[in-house]
Unconditional design. Structure first.
Length: 309
């Protein structure tokens, strides 16, 4: 794994200064940015409020396309990449824009994680995102597990943006000159079922998977213009055992309150055993109580799409 990480470092160091300079690259970054911004509720991203910080981990960050997309909706971003040149480009953009964002050179999927990434600031993220870099990871399962451990228990969300499966010969990584990019590509796309298995085994729940309606158009130096289908996958870190218990108790209390016919002030109306076929909400048959009265109770600029494939 260490040798693969080094191959990634060399390849993306070489690309950092020009990585997002071509029209098709800018279009891809914009496509991903728009897709994320239009799915904030689906992603489960909480809303910042006074006294409520929203913390983002932009992993395999490149020059910062994910940070560009989500900065308006978070209060702090920490980013990591194995490429020092990518990190330098990211921090230059963050400084210029005044964003509360900072990138560091690091690898959370290494056999031994550097001590500087074990502090409290690298824990309890509200959201962690891997944007178009997952197919470069030697061990996707370990990556999902390690990032899940960095999320806030019970609410933190992991998001992966990448490609559906494609033929290996179709992905020449745009035929960049310099280090051989083929050596950095470990996976030729991912399926929904495959990712759901990875997410579930790593302690994530509420799995979701959506594909973008328009294909992404790439350009190769040899003149090829293949298309890729981009997907967004998400999952939420499961609660602790205690958290699950409290969630169950809360749900049970709601059921009891409904059956007793509690009024808004907490007192009970007259309860009559009943059986409503639609469950009151069209969800199917269930036993409920009926009652005579009462009811149950710092930022990157948007015009600077920069990204990493």
């Amino acid at each position: 794994m260490a040798s693969h990480s080094e191959a990634n470092r060399q390849a993306f160091d070489h690309l950092a200064s020009t990585y997002n300079s071509k029209p098709w690259q800018i279009a891809l970054s914009t496509q991903v940015s728009d897709a994320l911004r239009s799915r904030l509720t689906w992603l489960g991203l909480p809303t910042p409020s006074p006294g409520r910080d929203i913390k983002l981990l932009d992993y395999a960050c490149g020059p910062g396309s994910i940070t560009t997309a989500l900065s308006p909706y978070v209060t702090q971003t920490l980013a990591l990449d194995v490429s020092p040149n990518m990190v330098e480009a990211y921090n230059a953009t963050a400084t210029a824009s005044g964003a509360n964002a900072k990138a560091s050179v690091g690898d959370l999927v290494a056999e031994t994680v550097a001590p500087e990434f074990e502090g409290e600031e690298w824990k309890d993220f509200d959201v962690a995102v891997i944007g178009l870099g997952f197919h470069h990871f030697a061990d996707p399962a370990l990556a999902v597990k390690r990032l899940t451990e960095r999320l806030k228990v019970g609410t933190g969300v992991l998001v992966i943006v990448d490609f559906l499966p494609f033929a290996p010969k179709e992905h020449q990584h745009h035929s960049h000159s310099g280090p051989d990019m083929q050596t950095t590509i470990k996976h030729h796309g991912f399926t929904s079922s495959g990712l759901e298995s990875l997410f579930t085994s790593s302690g994530l729940e509420d799995f979701g998977f959506q594909t973008l309606p328009e294909p992404a158009k790439l350009e190769f130096a040899d003149g090829g213009t293949p298309e890729r289908t981009v997907f967004i996958a998400k999952g939420k870190r499961t609660p602790t055992v205690a958290g699950k218990l409290w969630r169950f108790i809360g749900g049970f209390q709601d059921v009891v309150s409904g059956q007793m016919g509690l009024k808004p002030d907490g007192t009970a109306g007259e309860w009559k055993a009943g059986f409503r076929k639609d469950g009151g909400d069209g969800s199917g048959s269930r036993m409920v109580g009926t009652k005579d009265e009462g009811t149950a109770g710092g930022m990157f600029r948007r015009d600077e799409p920069i990204g990493k494939d």
